[in-house]
Write a protein that binds this ligand. Structure first.
Ligand code: PEP
Length: 248
């Protein structure tokens, strides 16, 4: 059975003490959670959070990593460094990195390889813009993002990948995909995965929804057959909201 997951993406928010306080509250309030809980924090918070989360239900993720393991890349962080900290996950392909850092599917394919080579699990994000949805090209676009970013991987590595469908028009906008739109896309994603890797691997692959997910809409979204939890931005910064989404 595939894993149900709620991951929080703090983005470039919270100082270290605020992050530690939030993390402690999340740990305390989610010890009985049935979904796996992940928090994705700025690099400089990760070491402290890994220590705090040891032996708890909460896992820690980075928000990005470089596609090389080491070298002359000033200001970058390698997946080997993340693994060395004891991290389990890294988010790759978030729409903000695709948009502001020009991250392409082919670069992301290299990042995936580098992260997997260090035994990190990857939350691979993708999704269409409003223009692409209006042009009715969203299904094709998502197929392309999955094909170019992921399909070079061997079948036995897919168990280390979590997919996150995040329509760009719903991220941080307050506008959420309807449960129908989310289920329609997640069914499509699972079909695409089935065509490449077969039904057993596709059925076991967790597909998260992200985009203005809140306590008020999480239950409805997560009740869709192919929505296996969420990637949460804004609402993950407030313990009560995040925990109520985890338990939705
Ligand atoms: C995100 O950035 O991954 C996200 C889903 O953000 P928000 O929940 O704020 O829309």
């Amino acid at each position: 059975m595939r894993q149900q997951i709620v991951a929080g993406n703090w983005k470039m928010n919270l100082n270290l003490q605020e992050g530690i306080d939030l993390c402690k509250t999340i740990i305390a309030l989610t010890s009985d959670a049935t979904r796996k809980v992940i928090i994705s924090a700025p690099y400089i918070h990760l070491a402290s959070l890994v220590t705090l989360c040891k032996g708890t239900n909460v896992k820690v993720a980075a928000q990005n990593c470089h596609h090389e393991i080491s070298g002359a890349f000033t200001g970058e962080i390698s997946p080997a460094m993340l693994a060395d900290l004891g991290l389990e996950y890294v988010i790759l392909g978030h729409s903000e990195r695709r948009a502001f850092n020009a991250e392409t599917n082919s670069l992301l394919a290299k990042k995936l390889d580098a992260a997997l080579s260090q035994n990190l699990k990857v939350i691979y994000c993708f999704g269409e813009t409003l223009e692409e949805r209006k042009a009715n090209s969203h299904l094709d676009l998502v197929t392309q993002q999955i094909t170019e970013g992921l399909f070079h991987l061997e079948a036995d590595t897919i168990k280390n990948i979590v997919l996150a469908y995040e329509p760009v028009w719903a991220i941080g906008t307050g506008e959420t995909a309807t449960s129908f739109q989310a289920q329609e896309m997640h069914t499509h994603i699972r079909k695409v995965m089935t065509a490449k890797y077969g039904s057993e691997i596709a059925e076991n692959c967790s597909i998260l929804y992200g985009g203005s997910c809140k306590p008020t809409n999480a239950k409805e979204l997560f009740s869709q057959t192919d929505v296996d939890g969420g990637l949460i931005g804004g609402a993950s910064l407030k313990a009560t909201d995040f925990v109520s989404i985890i338990k939705a």
